[in-house]
Design a protein around this ligand. Structure first.
Ligand code: NDP
Length: 311
């Protein structure tokens, strides 16, 4: 198999990966970045980004990522298409296989592979993508001011997103499959105390309807197997909050992860337990998951890589 030696390999092309590439490029590390499955990352699936500092009028998600890519290229980052398919972090240089046909031997590695929002798997989620279906209330909630929305899920994220949306929308339904919320007590209280939020326990969404965007959700209310009631609920926006899956599978044999798969790093730093290997952005962040926090951790990872190579 073809091999290539690089000083700094970055995997992933979201805000963390591109910011790492900008900093590593400016530090003369000649970074090579593989863009992964979804070049540009999760932001390419959203419309307007209004909370990234520096854009008073907002910016389209794909446009922001295109700008970050160009900025990284300006400082010499070698940006390539390809997916990391295997990893050997047993000894330095670290070996990453790309598309099963090439091995990159890297002295430093920045893992910025992100996380993927989970969807229910309904065909209608794809049909109405960007037309009323979203997996990020902070990104898209603003477009539902004074409208009616539903949030699927009963964990901390769902409660947080429902509370956030209640500040904008006229009404928020939570669609929860169990007869209770999994979220922490404090988040549950926040939901129950909010007059705009109505929790629909033991409900499942089985489809969406609407002419030019979401106009409602087909629901099933179930109490045991025998008692099942189907009905349609008019809504304008359908938000998924059923968890994220960090894209860390190939690294798990080498790095510590939490039970979900988020890579564990030294608190406040992107350092993993393997020297010279750093994790930045959503793959190591179950809490904030914002473009700006991902970018910040990508910056830290590149600075760490530079210091590691100098040591
Ligand atoms: P969780 O895994 O905690 O919750 C997922 C929720 O989605 C559960 O209610 C689950 O239902 C539901 N769900 C999963 N799959 C489906 C499905 N196919 N159909 C319907 N419902 C489904 O994920 P979160 O993203 O909420 O939280 C992840 C971690 O991050 C947690 O540890 C959480 O505590 C933490 N977090 C903390 C916050 C804070 O402290 N402020 C904010 C956000 C997250 P069920 O219960 O039936 O399995």
């Amino acid at each position: 198999m073809e091999t290539e030696q690089v000083k700094c390999l970055i995997i992933g092309s979201g805000p963390a990966g591109y910011t790492a590439a900008i900093y590593a490029g400016r530090a003369n590390l000649s970074p090579v970045l593989y863009a992964g499955m979804q070049p540009g990352g999760q932001l390419t699936t959203t419309t307007d980004v209004e909370n990234f500092p520096g854009y008073p009028a907002g910016i389209g998600g794909p446009e922001l990522m295109e700008d970050l890519r160009k900025q990284a290229e300006r400082f010499g980052a070698d940006i390539r298409y390809g997916v990391a398919t295997a990893a050997d972090l047993g000894s330095s240089p670290y070996k990453i296989t790309i598309d099963n046909d090439k091995v990159i031997e890297a002295r430093t590695l920045i893992i910025a592979t992100g996380a993927t929002a989970k969807y229910l798997g309904l065909d209608d989620e794809k049909k109405y993508a960007g037309m009323g279906v979203s997996a990020c209330a902070t990104c898209d909630g603003f477009f539902y001011r004074k409208k009616v929305v539903a949030v699927v899920g009963g964990g901390d994220t769902a409660c947080e997103e429902a509370s956030y949306l209640a500040g904008l929308a006229s009404k928020v339904y939570m669609i929860v499959r169990k007869p209770f919320l999994r979220a922490s007590k404090v988040m549950q209280q926040r939901v129950f105390n909010n007059p705009k939020i109505e929790v629909l326990f033991e409900h499942n969404a089985i489809g969406l309807y609407g002419e030019n965007g979401v106009e409602g959700v087909h629901l099933v209310k179930r109490k045991g197997e025998a008692d099942e009631q189907r009905y349609d609920l008019p809504i304008d926006g359908f938000f998924l909050a059923i968890g994220h899956q960090p894209n860390s599978d190939i690294f798990k044999p080498w790095l510590d992860t939490d039970e979900v798969g988020y890579i564990l790093t030294e608190p406040g730093t992107p350092r993993t337990k393997v020297p010279g290997v750093f994790a930045a952005g959503d793959v190591a962040d179950p809490h904030y998951r914002q473009a700006i926090t991902a970018a910040a951790s990508g910056c830290k990872a590149a600075i760490e890589a530079e210091r590691y190579l100098l040591a």
